[in-house]
Ligand binder design. Structure first.
Ligand SMILES: Cc1cc2nc3c(=O)[nH]c(=O)nc-3n(C[C@H](O)[C@H](O)[C@H](O)COP(=O)(O)OP(=O)(O)OC[C@H]3O[C@@H](n4cnc5c(N)ncnc54)[C@H](O)[C@@H]3O)c2cc1C
Length: 502
């Protein structure tokens, strides 16, 4: 592979929701911006596996960055998700209290939220509570109702932000890992990556769990990220209506507790637990952890059973010792902006984090000689082009789409009803889906009850055809996860079971 050497004004490390939101916000300006991501797709770190809740913003202290940015970002989601064609539902949340001690915490959270301008907070009880949630534990007594909480698919949101950034000129380089940082006179000059050198004037460290390692490469040693794991069970859509809101228990110190929520696509999700782990790549699920999740969820909804759980997964929170987000210029290295410790509510806060970082860059560019000036583009595209999703259409209007593009008439994933046209579109989006998992995240092919058992081989063929590669080269999630070993005929030939002329 030829080693690259390129120059950019601003380089962002990390294609999670933080890096992607920053890339999109920066792409409003006439700058040369690049984003590097070590994996084969964006949205594969913490932004892939979380609860997907857009929190109302009452949890974190009003004095914290987390609190301020969450409450500022929450109202932005309606327009953003509509512009980016990402499903988002403002279904509201309920924090459930079982006794008077719990009630004290609800009152505290309500007051805290009101200080930050969170609208509509209310303590509900009695018949009203059970009308809102008929399947709730009958021992529940009160709940803090936050009508502005919502649900979103965090990876679809992240991918759409990154797609939109690319559409506005950002260069996204996948499978490009930053391995070192080039510094001269305490000033960032660029980075070394697995693909070569990229010079830049400003470096934004949005590497999630690895932000402390990146900062360390630059000689900035005062940050320590500890991973904290959360495990989940995901239920089939037949359970999606058992709750109407996001249900939380009264929170514990280290997390908001094990929640029960419908997903934006109509499944039911329960989790997460909260356990410190040592390994930043430890995404295993354990029976101990998942039993804790099930017991915690059952305390809210006693009628839950383990029947119809279709998959389990885990995500890792990037916790910094301070407990708050760390967003700011390095005090030691000029040109380095750290965006670290972005644990929950990082997804909910991402649009406001992006605005904060852009304000910071504007100040830096005015004060220092960065070599660039921030001028707003006249042709910034707020919206992504329309995408067709079979489930969103009635028969007649879908038929019109099929008439112009017959691929939209062929169902590939039977569980989720995803057509070939949607898959082909995903493979050619600004950030192209080149793996089975990347197609799954963009189209839902493989997320249903059979978990890809039926559609997997067909998706593989479509990827091979569209990218004009051999089916043997198609992977589940990037290099090293090839799905096919070889042609059956070649194996039989080797074993001498068929002759070459057959
Ligand atoms: C269990 C759990 C539940 C959560 N629930 C919620 C919730 O309901 N609502 C909410 O608001 N927030 C929630 N969060 C928090 C939210 O998921 C995170 O705040 C957010 O996803 C962090 O995004 P990020 O972009 O900072 O990190 P990431 O998504 O991890 O992105 C960082 C990226 O950097 C890349 N990278 C790292 N090192 C390098 C390198 N050297 N070179 C190139 N690339 C590199 C990684 O591959 C990764 O893709 C939850 C988190 C967890 C774990």
């Amino acid at each position: 592979m030829k080693s690259i050497e390129k120059k950019t004004d601003i380089l962002i490390i990390g294609g999670g929701v933080t890096g992607s939101a920053i890339a999109r916000e920066l792409s409003r300006y006439n700058l040369d911006i690049s984003l590097v991501e070590k994996e084969s797709d964006v949205a594969v770190g913490t932004s892939k596996a979380n609860s997907g809740i857009i929190h109302a913003g009452y949890n974190a202290a009003a004095s914290s960055l987390k609190g301020k940015l969450n409450s500022r970002a929450n109202p932005m989601f309606d327009k953003l998700c509509s512009d980016l064609q990402v499903p988002f539902k403002r279904i509201g949340s309920l924090v459930i209290a079982f006794n008077s001690d719990d009630l004290k915490i609800l009152k505290f959270e309500k007051e805290n939220g009101e200080k930050m301008g969170v609208r509509g907070l209310e303590i509900v009880s009695g018949d009203r509570l059970f009308e809102m949630e008929p399947h709730l534990n009958p021992d529940a007594q009160y709940a803090l109702y936050a009508p502005t909480a919502g649900i979103v698919s965090s990876y679809e949101f992240t991918i759409a932000l990154a797609d939109n950034a690319v559409l506005n000129g950002v260069k996204v380089m996948l499978e490009t890992e930053v391995t070192d940082i080039i510094i001269d006179n305490d000033q960032i000059k660029g980075v070394k990556t697995s693909k070569g050198i990229i010079y830049c004037s400003l470096l934004i460290n949005a590497a999630g769990l690895w932000t402390d390692d990146i900062a360390k490469m630059a000689g900035h040693n005062n940050m320590k990220i500890k991973p904290r794991k959360g495990e989940y069970h995901l239920y089939d859509k037949s359970w999606g209506n058992i709750v109407n809101h996001v249900l939380f228990p009264t929170p514990a110190k280290s997390s908001k507790g094990i929640l029960v929520t419908p997903t934006v696509h109509g499944n039911l999700m329960i989790g997460p637990n909260s356990d410190e782990v040592d390994d930043k790549e430890d995404l295993t699920t354990t029976s101990v952890g998942l039993n804790k999740v099930f017991a915690g969820a059952k305390r809210l909804i006693p009628g839950l059973s383990k029947r119809d759980i279709i998959t389990s997964f885990s995500g890792l929170r990037a916790c910094e010792e301070s407990g708050d987000f760390i967003i700011g210029s390095s005090s030691q290295i000029k040109g380095l902006i750290n965006v670290a410790g972005i644990q929950s509510p990082g997804l909910s806060s991402a649009p406001a984090i992006a605005e904060m970082v852009v304000d910071m860059i504007r100040d830096i560019s005015q004060e220092n000689d960065t070599g660039f000036e921030m001028l707003l583009k006249e042709d910034f595209k707020e919206k992504l082009p329309e995408r067709y999703v079979f489930n969103d259409y009635n028969y007649d209007s879908w038929q019109q789409i099929v008439d112009s593009t017959p691929d939209y008439g062929e169902i590939i994933c039977r569980c989720e009803q995803v057509t070939k046209g949607e898959i082909v579109n995903a493979i050619h989006r600004p950030i192209p889906a080149r793996t089975l998992d990347a197609v799954k995240r963009r189209t839902r092919a493989g997320t249903g009850r059979c978990q890809g058992g039926f559609c997997g081989p067909r998706v593989l063929d479509i990827i091979a055809d569209e990218l004009e590669i051999s089916p043997l080269e198609v992977t589940k999630k990037g290099r090293g996860s090839e799905i096919l070993e070889g042609k059956t005929k070649d194996i039989l030939l080797k074993a001498g079971e068929v002759d070459e002329t057959v």
